[in-house]
Design a protein around this ligand. Structure first.
Ligand SMILES: NC(=O)c1ccc[n+]([C@@H]2O[C@H](COP(=O)([O-])OP(=O)(O)OC[C@H]3O[C@@H](n4cnc5c(N)ncnc54)[C@H](O)[C@@H]3O)[C@@H](O)[C@H]2O)c1
Length: 345
C-alpha cells in the first residue's frame, strides 16, 4: 500500500509511521511543513525503515497543506491508496486567541485535502479527531453516541472536519473513512527512538517528566476541589503506541470493508482513568525525584472526569491495547525527555 501521512514528522504521526514501516512494510510518504514536527524525527524514521528490511519505503515531502496547487499535484502524482491525516494546529488556548488559524489549518486545509482525495481516487481516509469534540460531556464514560459540544475553536475545527468527511463519504461511495477521537495521549516509543518534542507542550505527563528532570522548577495542579476521590481531574491516558496501532486496525478495517458507509467514528482510550495526583505520584516514583508541585486555580473548561467508552473500537476494529500501564507510560515519557534534554543517565 502507498500511504500519504500528513503530519508524520510530529508526535503521533511518527509513531504510526514507525508501526507501518516495521509491521506492514508499506510505502509511506510523509507530508509535513515541520512547523512543530522535526527533521530529526524523519531521519530516525528513515533509519527504522532501512532496519526493517521488509520492502518498506519512506519518502518525505516538505510542504504546507495551505499550498493548494502543490497539494493537488502531490495527491495527483502519488497514486495513494490511503491518507492518514494528522497535520493540524493543536494548542487549545492558542485556538481561543487565534481561532481563524485553527479553522484555516484544521478545517479548510482538511476540506481541500479531501477534495483532492475525491478528485484523484484516494479511497481510504483516516482522520485524527479528539475527545475535545465532546466539550464538557454530561455522561461518563463518553461513547461515540454522547452528544458533541466543543467548547473551544480547536474542538470545533475538528468537529467541522468530521462533518466534511462524513458528508463527502455519503456522496461518494468510493471514499471511505475512519475518524478516531483520541483521549489523552502520552508516553513515547519503548525503544526511546521517537517521542513528543512539541515546544511548550501543556500535556500533564510531559510537563511532569520535564519537572522530574529539572527542566521546570515546579508544576501546578489546576484545581483540587473537583468531585473525584482525591479532588483532582481524572483523564483517560493512552500510550502513543496503542493509539498508533488503532490506525493500523483502522486501515485493516477499511481494507476488509471497502463499502462501509456507517459513521465510522471511534473513541481511542483505555476506558479508565487516573487523577492528576495519581499521575504526579507515578512520575515521582519512576523518576525517583520528589519535585515541587503547587496548587493553582481551576482552568475554565476542564471537566472533572473524561473517560472513554472504548467498546466500539474493540468490537468493530478489533483493536487491542498492549501498554495500558501508567508506570510504563510515565517511564517512556521520562526517558524521552531525558534524551531530548541531552540529560541521559
Ligand atoms: N497530542 C494529543 O494529545 C492529541 C489529542 C487528540 C488529538 N490529537 C490530534 O492528533 C494529530 C497529531 O497531533 P500531535 O500531538 O502529533 O501534534 P504535532 O504538532 O506533534 O504534529 C502535527 C504535525 O503536523 C504538521 N503540520 C501542522 N500543520 C501543517 C500544515 N499546514 N501543513 C503540513 N504539515 C503541518 C506539524 O509540523 C507536525 O509535524 C492532530 O491532528 C491533533 O489534533 C492530538
Amino acid at each position: 500500500m502507498h500511504i500519504l501521512v500528513t503530519g508524520g514528522a510530529g508526535y503521533i504521526g511518527s509513531h504510526v509511521v514507525k508501526q507501518l514501516l516495521e509491521n506492514k512494510g508499506d510505502d509511506i510518504t510523509i507530508l509535513d511543513n515541520l512547523s512543530t514536527g522535526h527533521q530529526s524525527t524523519v531521519d530516525m524514521l528513515k533509519a527504522i525503515c532501512s532496519n526493517a528490511d521488509n520492502g518498506a519505503s519512506l519518502n518525505f515531502i516538505k510542504a504546507d497543506l495551505s499550498d493548494f496547487a502543490g497539494i493537488e499535484q502531490i495527491v495527483k502524482d502519488g497514486n495513494f491508496d490511503a491518507v492518514i491525516h494528522f497535520a493540524a494546529s493543536i494548542v487549545v488556548p492558542e485556538s481561543v486567541e487565534n481561532p481563524l488559524k485553527y479553522y484555516m489549518n484544521n478545517t479548510v486545509n482538511t476540506t481541500h485535502l479531501i477534495l483532492q482525495c475525491n478528485r484523484y481516487g484516494v479511497g481510504k481516509f483516516i482522520f485524527s479527531s479528539t475527545a475535545a469534540v465532546y466539550g464538557e460531556p454530561k455522561e461518563v464514560p463518553v461513547s461515540e453516541a454522547t452528544p458533541t459540544g466543543p467548547i473551544n475553536p480547536y474542538g470545533s475545527s475538528k468537529l467541522m472536519s468530521e462533518t466534511v468527511i462524513r458528508d463527502a463519504a455519503a456522496a461518494n461511495s468510493d471514499f471511505n473513512y475512519v475518524i478516531l477521537r483520541y483521549f489523552n495521549v502520552a508516553g513515547a516509543d519503548v525503544q526511546n527512538r521517537i517521542g513528543q518534542s512539541f515546544p511548550n507542550a501543556t500535556h500533564l505527563i510531559k510537563v511532569a517528566a520535564q519537572t522530574a528532570i529539572g527542566q521546570r522548577e515546579k508544576m501546578s495542579i489546576f484545581g483540587e476541589d473537583y468531585d473525584t476521590p482525591d479532588g483532582t481531574c481524572i483523564r483517560d491516558y493512552i500510550h502513543v503506541d496503542d493509539l498508533a496501532s488503532a490506525h493500523l486496525s483502522a486501515l485493516d478495517y477499511l481494507d476488509s470493508n471497502p463499502e462501509s458507509q456507517t459513521p465510522n467514528i471511534f473513541n481511542v482510550g483505555y476506558g479508565h482513568g487516573f487523577s492528576v495526583k495519581e499521575v504526579i505520584d507515578t512520575m515521582k516514583k519512576v523518576s525517583q525525584a520528589d519535585f515541587s508541585v503547587e496548587k493553582a486555580p481551576r482552568r475554565a473548561g476542564d471537566p472533572a472526569l473524561l473517560i472513554s467508552n472504548n467498546n466500539r473500537i474493540k468490537s468493530v476494529l478489533k483493536w487491542q491495547s498492549r501498554y495500558d500501564d501508567l508506570e510504563l507510560i510515565c517511564k517512556t515519557a521520562l526517558d524521552w525527555e531525558k534524551k531530548i534534554a541531552g540529560n541521559k543517565e
